[in-house]
Unconditional design. Structure first.
Length: 143
């Protein structure tokens, strides 16, 4: 039997979907958004610094971890691949645009159409977790 307290209009909740701009959404979650140039933005909070590139259909998230030249080994690359299974939905990759020094990056992309708040937050939270896990792996490889 329901109590009278649960049978009021105030006790009934509904899920709504409001359209808000990505910048307002991020700022409401304590992220700082800085326009870099063109369609590139920096999203930061505490230790996290994510670069966001926007095109007509997608959002591309990227975190630069740094150079891995001093750690190059079959074991290191195997450990990075293993780590990829723990940091979903984001992935580790090597940015080889600079042929002198490949850089380890964390990447993810999302379609703009029907993008919801859980998707955006899960990407940013996964990037934070990935950074921590990569730092642990690198410190283990260096010791």
């Amino acid at each position: 039997m329901a109590t009278e307290k649960n049978c009021t209009i105030e006790a009934v909740s509904i899920k709504t979907h409001q359209r808000v701009s990505l910048i307002n959404f991020l700022e409401s979650h304590d992220y700082i958004v800085t326009h870099i140039k063109g369609s590139v933005y920096r999203i930061s909070r505490e230790q996290l610094e994510v670069f966001l590139n926007i095109d007509e259909h997608n959002l591309f998230f990227e975190v630069e971890v740094g150079s891995v030249n001093s750690l190059k080994s079959e074991n290191f690359y195997k450990n990075l691949l293993d780590l990829n299974t723990e940091i979903l939905p984001v992935s580790l990759a090597l940015d080889t645009v600079s042929t002198k020094e490949p850089r380890l990056i964390i990447v993810e992309s999302r379609e703009r159409k029907n993008l919801d708040e859980n998707e955006v937050l899960s990407v940013l939270e996964a990037m934070e977790i990935a950074i921590t896990k990569v730092e642990i792996l690198v410190s283990q490889m260096l010791s």
